[in-house]
Design a protein around this ligand. Structure first.
Ligand SMILES: *Cc1c(COP(=O)(O)O)cnc(C)c1O
Length: 469
């Protein structure tokens, strides 16, 4: 028996014990506090005390790890976590993690895992078609940040093929890209990481609905061209991280095409709407894009670390990322396939598509639609109850994201209300500034959130307000 394998009888006991705790964790989500007391010393001591105890009983070890994750974490799987885009993973997607960790598909070389790769190929193709791409290509990746970085690299390669060999030094003009002040900061980070620098990121003004102002986009492009800069990319967002606004996707697409810019739509959260037969109309214009980011670990309820990058240019990923390495297996050369490692930022990579494939097999595409519909219903419900209780909605989102405040609330009052809710440990919300005014922000991120959970949040908010008087 190899040390790492454990004895089979013992292993069986541990598996049984652990799945019992998992089931309890899953089933009893509402019984837990949503947010922890934050104490850096306590959490470090939790670890050092356990290590010092030199405990070797496997059940105690499992208890220690679960205990830490229960006590010292915001419970993003709690139905009253109305937070950032962190989902409660669907049960089949959790199973898929267990399965892939056990079989450990290596997604670098195609020959090692034709099945796992074909699963991803199928999903990328299906997703791309739902965005109106006729021959989509793409890759699974770690999340929106990696997908956005992939977009910036593809756009650079598309416009400046010499970038691949000589880097930015080889270019005559300084490339610049456009996004709005509400764009996710991973775009600025991507610009920094590929050597463009933050100054290459031009921020377009936003309108009163917090969408990119297309007139300002045109103006900035013209001004930059006039001073010798080289515009090459515009990034629109479908579901901004704060207020959930959707940029005018069609108009931006037209500007991109008139100016020969790569058009990327960051739909990390909102892109999920493409899986809804009628609500996908909210994303009209996205078919004009050259590439799209959509996270599976946000609205589509996969565990953390699951994003996708989609593109309508079937050879751009290969030409951007292909590097040949003599030690990589070559048996796949007889087939019409590309090795995943020549197609993405990552090299060795987990089989991420399985986290979407297993839920798909269990529930079908209609299962995703049904879940999206439920989130929208809960979002509308929350907005309606808030309005009926005299709260003012401050954003205009088609997504289940509500930014709101009392009519005369100061920033301090808003902060105090948020603190009250979070400290109650019964729900989690955040604050976000809109047009200079701090607001409360609640997002439906959990497919298990019910009418009662939504009402419970409003009840807490009302209590918070009373406690301030
Ligand atoms: C969350 C988010 C990102 C970053 O995605 P990660 O999955 O956290 O890497 C990028 N863009 C938008 C609009 C997002 O909401």
């Amino acid at each position: 028996m190899a040390l790492f394998d454990l004895d089979p009888v013992k292993r069986n006991q541990i598996t049984h014990y652990t799945t019992g705790i998992l089931e309890n964790f899953y089933h009893q989500a509402r019984a837990r506090d949503v947010s922890p007391d934050l104490d850096i010393h306590e959490v470090r001591a939790y670890i050092s005390d356990f290590l010092a105890s030199e405990e070797t009983d496997h059940k105690k070890i499992i208890d220690h790890v679960f205990g830490g994750l229960e006590k010292h974490a915001v419970q993003v799987t709690h139905p009253s976590y109305f937070g950032l885009f962190n989902p409660r993973p669907s049960f089949p997607s959790i199973l898929s993690d267990l399965i892939t960790a056990t079989t450990n598909p290596q997604m670098a070389a195609w020959t090692h895992n034709p099945y796992a790769f074909a699963v991803e190929e199928y999903l990328i193709s299906e997703l791309g078609k739902r965005f109106g791409y006729s021959r989509p290509d793409g890759t699974f990746c770690s999340g929106g940040a990696e997908a956005n970085q992939t977009a910036v690299l593809c756009a650079l390669n598309f416009h400046f093929p010499e970038y691949l060999m000589s880097g930015l030094h080889g270019l005559d003009k300084q490339p610049v890209l456009y996004c709005s002040a509400e764009t996710h900061h991973s775009i600025a980070k991507a610009a920094r990481m590929c050597g463009l620098g933050i100054n290459s990121v031009k921020h377009v003004a936003i309108n009163s609905r917090l969408q990119m102002d297309v007139a300002d986009l045109k103006r900035k492009i013209n001004e930059d061209k006039a001073i010798g800069l080289q515009p090459f990319l515009v990034v629109a967002t479908a579901g901004t991280t704060g207020p959930g606004s959707i940029d005018p996707l069609k108009e931006i697409g037209e500007v991109a095409s008139e100016n020969n810019l790569w058009y990327h739509v960051d739909g990390a959260f909102g892109g999920a709407l493409a899986l809804h037969s009628t609500k996908k109309a909210i994303l009209n214009g996205i078919e004009l894009s050259d590439s799209i980011t959509i996270d599976i670990h946000k609205w589509l309820a996969a565990p953390m670390g699951t994003g996708t990058f989609l593109t309508k240019h079937s050879s751009i990923l290969g030409s951007t990322f292909r590097i040949t390495a003599d030690y990589m297996p070559k048996e796949g050369n007889d087939f019409d396939v590309e090795d995943p490692y020549t197609h993405s930022i990552q090299w060795s990579r987990r089989s991420l598509g399985m986290r979407m494939y297993l839920p798909l097999l269990f529930f079908g595409w209609s299962g995703f639609e049904q879940t999206i519909e439920h989130h929208m219903t809960m979002g509308n419900l929350l907005a309606n109850i808030l309005v009926s209780k005299g709260w003012k909605i401050m954003n205009h989102s088609d997504l289940p994201i509500i930014c709101f405040k009392g009519k005369d609330d100061s920033d301090n009052t808003v902060r105090a209300i948020c603190d009250y809710v979070v400290k109650s440990k019964q729900a989690w919300i955040s604050v976000y500034p809109i047009n200079g005014e701090l607001c409360l922000r609640a997002c439906i991120t959990n497919y298990a959130t019910t009418y009662e959970d939504v009402r419970g949040l409003v009840h807490l908010l009302e209590n918070a307000r009373q406690s301030l008087n």
